[in-house]
Design a protein around this ligand. Structure first.
Ligand code: UDP
Ligand code: MG
Length: 316
């Protein structure tokens, strides 16, 4: 099979039929064999009935139905697990991504040898204030932190080599950072393609403004995980020790000062009158805490069942 198209969806019953017809047309015109995996993320509308009726019409349709609304990342995760095609394409169900882009994406993966190609909605048909402008800021930060020169990290339309989706684990709300996950997993050839973006025809957007707060927090988690996930002590241990040393020297300074005053018979001020006393106190406490955090992190990662999971590219 050439292509698996994974479509996560939550309450998109009005779009599904049209989406299927369109994909089917593009695939037949280009003589590509394909499957569409609809992952119904706990929709409360008629989405699942629509999927069932499409399935009875076409063998290319597969469906996965969640009992609850778990989110886009879990939907992608299950879709990726089920995918069989050589190239896996993800797209939103709301007809904002155009299936006409699929053949070119497929070509970039199979001919140009990209591991992952991310869509770039250069001209975007969403609300300016809540989507376009925040999204620019967010992508600029993501570019800095991840080192990936992508303009639109969170575009729903992406294409992957099969290997990539089988070797990364999308969880929580990490669908925003799949290119970064892929990069961390060792897939280096990551490109982008300008894609046509369309107005939402039916239904409403499922992501509010809180996605930016969550998005930034997730970005920080991922950054930390990729840098120190396997060796937390290297971060917390270092900064904890430095902090502790700072406090330690401050204590010595305070003590030495006091002794000196006593020695030369000047009336010594109270230790608690010195600012260094408080710096010492706070720094030593924080230092110990950080050191312990690092140590706990090491214990946790030592107990993780995945501590020795490495992605082996080839063996001969
Ligand atoms: N989606 C999902 N589960 C959710 C939220 C969204 O499967 O909990 C799907 C949704 O149905 C759509 C895609 O993820 O197919 C993108 O969502 P949406 O179009 O609302 O996001 P936007 O384009 O507004 O950023
Ligand atoms: Mg959308």
């Amino acid at each position: 099979m050439d292509i698996s198209i994974v479509v996560p969806l939550y309450n998109e019953d009005e779009s599904l039929e049209k989406l299927y017809e369109w994909i089917n047309k593009v695939m037949t015109d280009n003589k590509l064999s394909y499957e569409i995996i609809f992952v119904n993320d706990g929709s409360t509308d008629r989405s699942w009935e629509v999927i069932e009726s499409l399935k009875s019409k076409s063998e290319n349709i597969r469906g996965i139905k969640f009992r609850n609304n778990y989110g886009k990342s879990p939907a992608l995760y299950c879709g990726f697990k089920a995918a069989q095609g050589d190239v896996v394409i993800t797209m939103d169900a709301d007809l904002q991504d155009s299936p006409d882009e699929i053949p070119e994406l497929y070509r970039m993966i199979t001919v140009e040898g990209y591991d992952l190609v991310s869509g770039w909605k250069k001209k975007r048909y969403d609300s300016k204030l809540t989507k376009n402008i925040p999204s620019k800021l967010y992508n600029a930060t993501a570019r800095k932190v991840t080192g990936l020169k992508l303009h639109d990290m969170n575009c729903g339309l992406k294409a992957y080599k099969k290997d990539v989706v089988k070797n990364i684990e999308v969880y929580g709300e990490m669908h925003r950072y799949i290119p970064y996950l892929a990069k961390n997993a060792g897939f280096k050839k990551i490109g982008e393609k300008v894609v046509e973006h369309r107005k939402r025809e039916f239904g409403v957007t499922k992501f509010g403004l809180n996605r930016f707060v969550n998005g930034y927090l997730d970005l920080m988690s991922l950054y930390f995980l990729s840098r120190f996930g396997k060796k937390p002590m290297h971060f917390f241990g270092l900064w904890g020790s430095l902090m502790f040393l700072l406090g330690f020297f401050a204590v010595i300074a305070v003590g030495a000062m006091k002794l000196y005053y006593l020695f030369v018979h000047i009336k010594a001020p109270l230790v608690t009158d010195s600012p260094y006393f408080y710096i010492a106190l706070v720094a030593m406490l924080m230092g110990t805490q950080m050191f312990l955090t690092g140590f706990l992190g090491e214990l946790v990662s030592r107990n993780s069942s995945e501590r020795n999971n490495y992605l082996i590219e080839k063996e001969i």
